[in-house]
Design a protein around this ligand. Structure first.
Ligand code: KIV
Length: 263
């Protein structure tokens, strides 16, 4: 039986932490699924870490669906969450519903995620059977509104807004809430106040779950990582090293050897 939103609620009820990771392709989804990662988010971080855009803003529904389908083909057990791109859910509830349905029907996602206090859309989607993961704090699609990738919720006014929105999103029917780059004590307060699981990224240790972008965790992202990232591998260097060794061995005539050749 594959992971469902009820399993995530049960983790919280038992006080057991869980993880979500982003995935954008078939082989990574297979590996993470076999490793027992219960939730795979096809994040719109795809825009930056896979497609090379500067921000998440330009990625389209078609690009997201292409990768969501690949992840869904790779995962047998994990809950697949499709991330709705900028401009595809905020303006009109009708359009948001149409796009969310595309993620479920064409993308084979089990749930959708979108950013901000979109209570109306959450409520409509919950009513028609689309589970919604909400997302508050530093919501990257609003980078230009925030004036950069800055921690959110440091002022009392911001913090109170985030707490209120979190409660309203839960009431509207969201099954979980991503909290990105907010002070740890604010994330802890929200986690205590909600009965749905909170999933933190740069939100301290007290959320019910944690999420990282897989490219950050694997050390594939170049440059200095944000403070909250822990690199569990250094694949960028390993890939570069493997490519150089391959080129050197070909240049020296060592590869392909007899064991790699047909008679
Ligand atoms: O797009 C993404 O990868 C995300 C996570 C960072 C939560 O939204």
């Amino acid at each position: 039986m594959s992971v469902s939103i009820l399993d995530l609620a049960a983790y919280k009820a038992r006080g057991e932490k869980f993880v979500m990771l982003t995935a954008y392709d078939f082989p990574t989804a297979q590996i993470l699924d076999e490793a027992g990662v219960p939730v795979l988010l096809v994040g719109d971080s795809l825009a930056q870490v896979v497609l090379g855009y500067d921000t998440t803003i330009p990625v389209s529904v078609d690009e997201m669906l292409h990768h969501t389908r690949a992840v869904a083909r790779g995962a047998r057990n994990a809950l697949i969450v499709g991330d709705m791109p900028f401009g595809t859910y905020g303006g009109s509830v009708e359009r948001g519903i149409e796009n969310a349905i595309q993620f479920m029907k064409e993308g084979s996602a089990h749930a959708v995620k979108f950013e901000g206090p979109q209570m109306d859309l959450v409520e409509h989607l919950a009513r028609i059977g689309v589970p919604v993961m909400a997302h508050l704090g530093l919501t990257p699609q609003s980078v230009h509104l925030f004036g950069g990738y800055k921690v959110q919720g440091r002022s009392e006014e911001q913090a109170e807004n985030i707490v209120r929105w979190a409660k309203e999103l839960e009431e509207a029917g969201a099954f979980s809430l991503v909290l990105e780059c907010v002070p740890s004590d604010l994330a802890a307060r929200i986690t205590r106040a909600l009965s749905i699981p909170t999933i933190g990224i740069g939100a301290g240790p007290d959320c019910d779950a944690q999420v990282l972008v897989i490219n950050d965790l694997l050390g594939l992202t170049p440059g200095k990582a944000p403070k909250f990232v822990k690199r569990y591998a250094n694949l960028r260097d390993e890939i570069s090293e493997a490519a150089k060794r391959y080129a050197d061995e070909v240049a020296r005539g060592e590869y392909p050897g007899p064991e790699h050749s047909y008679s």
